[in-house]
Design a protein around this ligand. Structure first.
Ligand code: DX5
Ligand code: ZN
Length: 222
C-alpha cells in the first residue's frame, strides 16, 4: 500500500524463456504478482510477431492468475472477439491504431473484460479527452512498443501525473498502468506520479531473485 493505493505488478510473459512457459508462470505465481501481461504484436504496428489467441487460451489452462492482453496491432477492433473467447480478463489497445475507439472499448466491456487504452511516447494525454470517462485503465507506454528490455523514456513519465490530475479533477476511477523500462530504479517515480499497475518483463525475469524484485518494485523501488 502506498498512500492508500495498492500497487499491482503485471509481469510481461514476453520476457520469459518461452520454451519453459509453464515454469515462468509458476515463477509469477510464487512471486505473488497480480497478473500476467500478454504482449500481442502483429509485425505491422510493431516490428515483431508474438502471441496469438491460442497462446492465451493455453496459459489459461495452467494458471488462475488474471491476464491483461496488450494488443500492439493495427485495427485492434478485428481481434477483440478472439481474445475475449480465449479468456482475456483485460484488453488494451493503441489509440494510434484504431479508428472507432469508443466502439472498440465498448466491445471489450460488453465481453466482460476490462477495457484499456494505450498511448505511445509521442501521443499526448490530450488525445484521450473524448474517451477518458469510459476507459477502465490507461496504459502509458514509457518506451516505443515492440521490444522488451528498452530503457525508459523519461519525458513520458510526466504523462502519468497529467492523467492522475485529470482523474482527480473529474472524479474518475480509471487505473493508470505503465509499460516499458519499469525496474527497481524507475518504480519510485512512476508510483509517485500516480501509477497503479506496473508492467515488467526484463527487470523481473533477469533478476537474480525475481520474487524480491517484484516486491521492491511494488514498494516503490530502491
Ligand atoms: C513493449 C511491451 C512491454 C515489454 C516490457 O513493447 O509492450 O510490455 O514487454 O518490457 P520491459 O519491462 O523489459 O521494458
Ligand atoms: Zn506490453
Amino acid at each position: 500500500m502506498i498512500n492508500n493505493r495498492k500497487i499491482q505488478i503485471s509481469v510481461s510473459i514476453l520476457g520469459a524463456d518461452l520454451s519453459k512457459v509453464d515454469q515462468a508462470i509458476k515463477l509469477c505465481e510464487d512471486s505473488g504478482v497480480d497478473a500476467i501481461h500478454v504482449d500481442v504484436m502483429d509485425g505491422h504496428f510493431v516490428p515483431q510477431i508474438t502471441f496469438g489467441n491460442k497462446f492465451l487460451s493455453d496459459i489459461k489452462k495452467i494458471t488462475k492468475l488474471p491476464n491483461d492482453v496488450h494488443l500492439m496491432v493495427n485495427n485492434p477492433d478485428r481481434f477483440i472477439d478472439v481474445y475475449l473467447k480465449a479468456g482475456a480478463d483485460a484488453i488494451s489497445f493503441h489509440i494510434e491504431a484504431d479508428i472507432h475507439v469508443n466502439k472498440t472499448l465498448s466491445s471489450i466491456k460488453d465481453g466482460g473484460a476490462k477495457a484499456g487504452i494505450c498511448i505511445i511516447p509521442s501521443t499526448p494525454v490530450a488525445a484521450l479527452s473524448e474517451i477518458i470517462d469510459i476507459v477502465d485503465f490507461v496504459q502509458v507506454m514509457t518506451v516505443n512498443p515492440g521490444f522488451a528490455g528498452q530503457k525508459i523514456i523519461h519525458s513520458s513519465i510526466r504523462k502519468i501525473g497529467e492523467l492522475d490530475a485529470i482523474r482527480r479533477a473529474k472524479n474518475l476511477s480509471f487505473e493508470i498502468s505503465v509499460d516499458g523500462g519499469v525496474n527497481s530504479q524507475t518504480a519510485g517515480e512512476l508510483i509517485k506520479q500516480g501509477a497503479d499497475i506496473l508492467i515488467t518483463a526484463s527487470a523481473f525475469f533477469n533478476a537474480p531473485d525475481p520474487k524480491k524484485e517484484a516486491a521492491i518494485i511494488r514498494s516503490g523501488g530502491l
